[in-house]
Design a protein around this ligand. Structure first.
Ligand SMILES: *Cc1c(COP(=O)(O)O)cnc(C)c1O
Length: 364
């Protein structure tokens, strides 16, 4: 593929930036966005950075009706010496293409997508907060835009990236959460779309989440869709258990989303020489370990929270209080190490961190 030039149109009016102490997740967006179009004749074309603005779409645009859409979620951090760092961005673009493949969306040029990311972030770099724990949340996504009500892959798409400054996930230190084990609804089944980051998975998860909230729980622990026996994920995070010294996470079985945080945690544990296994793990096994006193820790992993310790699991009428409801030693060490690497405070022996640098752009 010949490299396409990213056109840039600067916003003439700058929005007021939010107070860094009052940042919330996902409500305030920066001055610019990236957009690129697809049609059959031209393929993906006209990559450009433009002022942040609403889209104009035909009401029959296919994404509204049959959910042909994919997304990614990543974060950028600004360091004390004003560098902007991304964490394994190539992994996100690879996964975006894996999701594209599942949803019959034409693949994007991953290198161009990263260049787009760098160009956009560099333009809005003043929006990146610098306070401890804050970051810039990045949302790349693709929508099917062809105006047509037939059930078939769209012939037109838009690839868009938007950015929002976000506050510290843990304002008062890491807080373990209470989780409801979901035994009625399921998130995904093998052969379905569980391995893709696609809108429908999240729409389907809302009901379970609502019922968990009614029980005073922050999230749902999802079990497999066939036997409702084996553990899959927690909310929209991957999940880990520490049982009798061994760390266990469900193997990628065809219905679990392959998290980049998950992959990084496994690499860190191996680097430290700690026992880690990716395998099937049932809720029975976790409950038995709890009874035996060998269930040491449990935590979720994902880009937003990085690590989210589980303090209590509600399973039918049982309550499993893990590590006295406190953050475990391993969860804390993983959180400190991973966020340390991501923010440039700790050495990165894996080559995971990439500095945002713009190679070429055309400013109009
Ligand atoms: C995004 C996501 C994750 C976590 O992936 P990361 O790459 O670690 O952010 C896990 N499960 C689901 C369902 C997700 O959507």
């Amino acid at each position: 593929m010949t490299r396409q030039i990213i056109r840039v149109t600067q916003s003439t009016s700058k929005k007021q930036k939010p107070n860094p102490d009052e940042l919330v997740f996902g409500r305030i967006f920066t001055d610019h966005m990236f957009i690129m179009d697809y049609c059959i004749e031209k393929g993906w074309h006209d990559p450009r950075v433009i002022p942040f603005q609403p889209l104009s779409l035909d009401p029959s645009a296919m994404t509204f009706h049959y959910g042909q859409t994919v997304f990614e979620g990543m974060k950028a951090y600004r360091t004390k010496d004003d560098k902007v760092l991304l964490f394994r961005p190539e992994k996100n673009m690879q996964r975006l293409n894996q999701s594209n493949d599942r949803l019959c969306i034409p693949p994007i040029d991953e290198e161009l997508a990263i260049e787009a990311l760098y160009t956009l972030i560099d333009m809005d770099r003043d929006w990146i907060p610098t306070q401890e724990g804050t970051s810039l949340y990045i949302r790349p996504f693709i929508i099917a835009t062809e105006p047509y009500l037939g059930v078939s892959p769209s012939k037109q798409y838009q690839f868009i990236i938007i950015l929002c400054p976000v506050g510290a996930y843990y304002k008062e230190g890491i807080n373990p959460v209470k989780i409801a084990v979901e035994s009625e609804y399921v998130r995904a089944v093998k052969g379905g779309t569980g391995t893709a980051k696609t809108g429908g998975n999240y729409a389907a998860s809302l009901k379970g989440q609502e019922m968990a909230a009614e029980k005073g729980c922050a999230q749902v622990l999802w079990l497999d869709g066939v036997e409702k026996k084996y553990i899959e994920e927690v909310g929209s995070m991957n999940v880990f258990f520490k049982i009798n010294g061994e760390v266990v996470t469900p193997a990628l079985n065809g219905s679990i989303l392959p998290g980049i945080t998950r992959d990084s945690i496994i690499a860190l544990l191996k680097h430290w020489g700690l026992p880690i296994s990716e395998r099937r793990i049932s809720m029975e096994e976790v409950a038995q370990a709890y009874k035996d006193g060998t269930l040491e820790e449990a935590f979720g992993t994902g880009t937003a929270a990085v690590i989210s310790p589980i303090g209590e699991l509600i399973w039918n009428s049982e309550s499993l209080i893990i590590n006295e409801g406190k953050t475990g030693e391993l969860a804390k060490k993983l959180y400190d190490t991973l966020t340390g690497i991501q923010t440039g405070k700790l050495e990165d022996p894996f080559g995971w961190v990439k500095e945002v640098k713009v190679h070429s752009k055309t400013i109009l």
